[in-house]
Design a protein around this ligand. Structure first.
Ligand SMILES: [Zn+2]
Length: 788
């Protein structure tokens, strides 16, 4: 296990710094040497280095060269015959661009580039190099005192020169630029990007074929830009990350096919930033991870990452390491046997240069927690749903207006559509393909609830009136609706639920629903149901409730489109079980739509995690943590022990309602969930017998009750709520609330019943503890202890 650790470079070297650091690496024979540079409060440029032979050391470059520096530093290396030359550049307190260099032949030297070119600078420079025949041209760019983008370059043939790119392109910059190179056929194209004074991202480029050009990328893609920019390339894609005007992390990218686009990483991850400052990429588990280093608000050190099979995620490395980030971090990678060590260097509020490093395991554990579990898949986009309103005209159960049904399913607010938008943070919802009907049933009401026509005595091809009813509703709508138009992914004659979800709505005062297979006739042999030349084989039906019930439709569409499992527990109401409840305090109950459906509450956090809708925060270090309501912020803590593996862990969420779908919960506070993904564990280990249960619950038959749950029923067996009061099922005492002694006690790894505890399914204490819970509120805090 290698969770983030830190080393205090200032503590070792005695040298304090204030400016954001820059990093680079060199070889010394067989050894890799890691270097950092940063400016001090006295405007001195300090470089630090570490090699396997030596701990961190420092040299004061200003003392050697007489040139002072302030703010951020850029670093690059060149070759001079057999020698490697290390270069740094920074701004002096007087606004001069100073270039420093060191080679094995010489100690540090410096040159004042502003004195040579007549151009002063107002921000930190960025550097890049281009080949010119056998020679290397060294380039720098920085913001000038008038918000102009200045480019400086040096070649062996000529001394330093400078150019005002803003004068050529009429686009000014307000923050420090980033630079990258690309190829256009045989030509090398030099790019710069920076936030402009109007709050947009500008991209500048130059090639031998063209002089400098510029583009307002935010004008094309949207978003904003109000901070330094960072750039990187993947195979054919150019990327720029930048802070937006409201502290968002925006990532812009460009391909020839797509032009510039933008993604709001803050909207996805929930993390706002002060600065994004560095980037690296890693190949791992068969994918390329793109990783950004940033400073969050409140001096947090943040690691953002993106993989093709995940969206953007974020980790708070300050929470993981205890290191506060008062300066934008620099990042670098080093090999360590088969592993890669990821390094972040930052400056603390007390001016210490600190390195935070790990082997990325906590990132990979977060990825593993979000790994889909069959048959669930990460669910994004818009799922077309057609609602077919079919009315058998039972006098006791009058139909609501079709407009009322339409509004409950597809309306702007307080609707199934809005429910899924909120659950998924906008990633997924249903889309109105149509609302058709009411259609009048072809037979009187008593027919549909009558006995089966087992041998089809009336010769209509139907045995079960309910099966007949589903086909009837689908066929009645055929004249008004083009089913075939939705058979597109692929166009194969089979209309699957992910192409079009068919929802049959039936009037009934009490809500109820199912998902079932449908056929075109039953007798003598089942025949497929074909309409518009496409076969429909599955539908959801909702007895809609009076007034129309949101939960029943959301639940049935959860099955149909999301393949979600049922989580409710019930016993046969006959034989030995007559009158006995499945009194299971580990059931999700009111705290998951897939159990107690009709209050329309949120899904349990495990289902959201696997659908890709949750923001998982692995707890990597003992400490006191905040947790915002899942309804508002989609956050949850993941308590995962690396030695236990990734298939059994705990999820903690804050179920304080934010006035929408969790509004009707019977309790409020932290929901604590024990998750078991491994069938070898959940099929064998049932939860412990509830203590002190009333005799009527017959918990002496606990094992027999669980024997009725299929061994592969992962939803019911693998998702277990840990309630503070668990003698019996008690919805109003299900969440953890520090203001209530009955539900706010410390949750320990090994408490004896009747106290709940954080044990693994095999009964061993997990080592995790949650203590000192705050009162139930929109933001709750607790002290989490980890067992390492
Ligand atoms: Zn169900």
């Amino acid at each position: 296990m290698a969770f983030p650790k830190s080393v205090d470079v200032t503590g070792i070297t005695g040298a304090a710094v204030v400016g954001p650091p820059v990093s680079w690496q060199t070889r010394n024979g067989p050894f890799n040497v890691e270097h950092l540079a940063a400016t001090s409060a006295a405007n001195e440029l300090l470089t630090f280095w570490w090699s396997p032979q030596h701990d961190w050391q420092v040299v004061n470059v200003t003392a050697k060269t007489g040139q002072h520096a302030t703010g951020a530093v850029t670093a690059w290396q060149t070759r001079n015959g057999p020698f490697l030359v290390e270069h740094l550049a920074a701004r002096s307190p007087a606004g001069d661009l100073i270039v420093y260099w060191w080679s094995p032949q010489h100690d540090w030297q410096a040159v004042n580039v502003s004195a040579k070119t007549g151009r002063k600078i107002a921000g930190a420079p960025v550097s890049w190099q281009t080949p010119n025949g056998n020679l290397t041209v060294e380039h720098l760019a920085a913001r000038g005192p008038g918000n102009e983008l200045l480019v400086f370059w040096w070649s062996p043939a000529r001394d330093w020169q400078a150019l005002d790119v803003t004068a050529k392109t009429r686009r000014a910059i307000a923050y420090d630029p980033t630079a990258w190179l690309s190829h256009n056929g045989p030509l090398l194209v030099e790019h710069l990007a920076a936030a402009s004074p109007d709050g947009t991202l500008s991209v500048f480029w130059w090639s031998p074929a063209h002089d400098w050009q510029a583009l307002n990328v935010s004008g094309i893609a949207g978003g904003s830009a109000a901070g330094r920019a960072v750039s990187w390339l993947t195979a054919t894609v150019e990327h720029v990350a930048v802070r937006g005007s409201q502290g968002q992390l925006f990532t812009y990218w460009w391909t020839p096919a797509s032009n510039w686009r933008v993604v709001d990483v803050t909207a996805i991850t929930g993390a706002t930033i002060e600065d994004v400052s560095d980037v690296y990429q890693l190949k791992e588990t068969n994918a390329n991870a793109e990783i950004l280093g940033a400073r969050g608000t409140d001096d947090t050190l943040l690691r953002f990452w993106w993989r093709p099979d995940r969206d953007w995620q974020v980790q708070d490395l300050s929470a993981a390491s205890g290191v506060a980030a008062h300066a934008a971090p620099t990042t670098w990678l080093t090999p360590n046997g088969p592993a890669t060590i990821e390094h972040f260097a930052t400056v603390t509020p007390r001016r210490s240069l600190v390195v935070v490093y790990d082997d990325g395991e906590s990132r990979r554990l977060t990825d593993a927690a979000g790994e889909p579990i069959a048959p669930l898949e990460r669910l994004t986009g818009r799922a077309p749903i057609v609602a077919l309103l079919w009315d058998p005209h039972r006098p006791s159960d009058p139909a609501p207006s079709s407009a009322a049904v339409d509004d409950k399913i597809f309306g702007a607010t307080n609707s199934v559509r809005d429910y899924y938008l909120q659950q998924s943070g906008g990633a997924f919802t249903i889309e109105r393909a149509g609302v058709l009907g009411w259609f009048d049933a072809s037979r009187p009401p008593e027919y549909w609830w009558g006995p089966p026509d087992t041998n089809d005595t009336d010769g209509d091809g139907w045995v079960n009136p309910h099966v007949q009813k589903w086909a009837e509703a689908i066929r009645m709508a055929d004249g008004q609706f083009n089913y075939k138009a939705f058979d597109r992914d692929p166009l194969d004659g089979a209309l699957r639920p992910d192409e079009l979800g068919v929802l049959i709505v039936i009037p009934q005062n009490g809500p109820f629903g199912t998902n079932r297979g449908v056929v075109g006739r039953e007798f003598p042999n089942p025949m497929p149901l074909v309409v518009d030349n496409v076969t429909i084989s599955t539908m959801a039906e909702a007895y809609i409730g009076a007034p129309p019930n949101l939960g029943v439709v959301a639940h049935e569409l959860g099955h149909l489109v999301g393949r979600l499992p049922d989580l409710y527990f019930s016993l046969p109401n006959d034989g030995m079980w007559a009158g006995i409840p499945f009194d299971n305090p580990f059931a999700a109950g009111d705290y998951c739509l897939m159990d107690a459906t009709y209050n329309g509450a949120h899904l349990c956090p495990f289902l959201k995690l696997k659908l890709g809708w949750l923001r998982p925060r692995l707890i990597l270090r003992s400490g006191r943590y905040e947790l915002k309501s899942v309804e508002r912020d989609r956050e949850a803590w993941i308590l995962m022990h690396p030695q236990r593996g990734t298939r059994e862990y705990f999820i903690v969420e804050n179920r304080f309602p934010d006035n929408t779908y969790d509004m009707n919960l019977p309790d409020r506070g932290l929901g604590v969930w024990h998750i078991i993904e491994d069938p070898a564990i959940y099929s064998v280990n049932i939860p412990p017998v509830p203590p002190n249960a009333p005799a009527a619950s017959r918990q002496d038959w606990w094992a027999q009750k669980w024997a009725l749950i299929a061994a592969n029923d992962w939803g019911r067996r693998g998702i277990r709520m840990i309630r503070p009061v668990w003698d019996t099922f008690r919805p109003s005492q299900s969440l953890w609330d520090g203001s209530d002694p009955a539900t706010g006690y410390d949750l320990l790894p090994d408490a004896p019943p009747p106290q709940a505890s954080l044990r693994w399914a095999d009964g061993t204490p997990s080592g995790f503890a949650i203590r000192g819970l705050s009162p139930a509120a929109t933001v709750m805090t607790a002290t989490v202890t980890v067992p390492w």
